[in-house]
Design a binder for this molecule. Structure first.
Ligand code: ATP
Ligand code: MG
Length: 349
């Protein structure tokens, strides 16, 4: 009776362990295995492994290889990262020999810790770093471009100097705001700034100004077709600025590869909301790519724009921001003719 109770307690203990765990005797017969181990290792987690030979039931995997090597070489304890096939998860595996009082080997105990959650965190950090990199790159490139143009002689015109310094000031503020939003992200209790009612024209002009230098360098015509005023919309200005800059950045990047072309920023009020169009006469996007370009890290792999730099995050971030504002981001495009991206923002939410 006491023995049975003891066995039940040990079973309960094995099941409550945070890791997958199994034990085999010297001949390779499975003596115990918890559900986490079956879920991780067995093709069918309802399978009965106890009393079966481990070599018969364990599917081919790095773990099987490690077990085989460890048993053969009779090393003390082996710790290794192994990939399980299926389900292709990365595990940290520890294999330890078990000895009796006479120090005779009785079998082996294996612990396997599923590293998938750790991998997911690492992937999230990678994505965040790419996103930060992408958001910092545009203002820093703009600041560098304006400073270089000033140093090359533009400073001799007080008018140009003032205009350039204004842009540099704006861009520096943007980097500061980004750093502040990273601090906010590190402290999730702080809420994002509330949206405010705004006429977007000054922000749109500022966004277009940022690309004057690079457009000139590429011999591109940058057209700003904006009315004096627009009806107000409720937005987080910084975020919509980021979307417009992303679209202009793409348009300028994908246009004029053969020397000339046009990028146009146009905004108008419609019945239900505002429409901001960024159009270009660039390389265009094939029909089957039109939805994919909004996916994170997706970049068109063939065609003339394939070699252009980028992380493939700009449109994913832009679409997310627009949707968070209750709007939509749409695209129309024709290969070798050009593309038009449209941001729709509702007047009332
Ligand atoms: P990032 O914006 O992160 O620096 P990216 O520009 O490559 O990198 P997205 O802005 O998400 O990423 O754009 C995804 C892809 O869509 C681009 O790599 C490009 O192939 C295609 N694309 C985007 N805008 C245009 C455009 N105006 N004309 C042609 N292709 C475009
Ligand atoms: Mg982009």
């Amino acid at each position: 009776m006491a023995r049975r109770v003891r066995g039940q307690l040990l079973d309960a203990l094995l099941e409550s362990l945070p890791d997958a765990c199994l034990g085999v005797d010297r001949s390779g017969r499975v003596r115990f295995v918890n559900h986490k181990a079956l879920k991780l290792l067995a093709p069918d987690p309802r399978a009965e492994w106890v009393d079966q030979s481990i070599w018969d039931v364990l599917p081919t995997s790095d773990f099987l290889k490690l077990l085989g090597q460890t048993v053969k070489s009779s090393v003390d304890t082996a710790v290794e990262q192994v990939v399980l096939i299926p389900p292709q998860s990365l595990c940290l595996c520890q294999l330890s020999p078990v000895h009796n009082e006479e120090n005779r080997l009785q079998g082996w105990v294996a612990y396997l810790r599923d590293m998938t959650p750790v991998q997911q965190i690492e992937k999230g950090i990678d994505e965040l770093l790419r996103d930060v990199n992408q958001q910092l790159r545009t203002p820093i490139t703009a600041i560098k471009g304006y400073v270089e143009t000033l140093l090359e002689g533009a400073y001799q015109s007080p008018e140009v100097t003032k205009r350039f310094l204004q842009v540099i000031n704006e861009e520096t503020n943007r980097v500061t705001r980004l750093v502040m939003s990273l601090e906010e992200a590190a402290n999730p209790n702080v809420k994002p700034a509330d949206p405010i009612q705004l006429d977007l024209i000054p922000m749109l002009r500022r966004a277009a100004n940022m690309f004057e230098g690079v457009a000139r360098e590429k011999n591109l015509m940058l057209v700003c077709d904006l009315p004096e005023r627009l009806p107000v919309v409720e937005v987080r200005e910084d975020e919509i600025h980021k979307v417009v800059v992303n679209l202009l950045d793409n348009a300028v990047k994908c246009t004029g590869l053969k020397g000339h072309g046009q990028v146009k920023l146009h905004a108008e009020a419609r019945r239900a909301g505002l429409e901001i169009h960024v159009s270009d006469t660039g390389v265009g996007i094939a029909e089957h790519e039109l939805q994919k370009i909004f996916e994170k890290f997706y970049r068109v792999q063939d065609g003339p724009a394939a070699e252009l730099g980028g992380t493939g995050l700009g449109l994913a971030v832009s679409q997310q921001i627009t949707q968070e504002h209750g709007g939509q981001l749409e695209v129309r495009s024709e290969v070798a003719k050009g593309s038009t991206f449209t941001i729709r923002l509702p007047f009332k939410r």
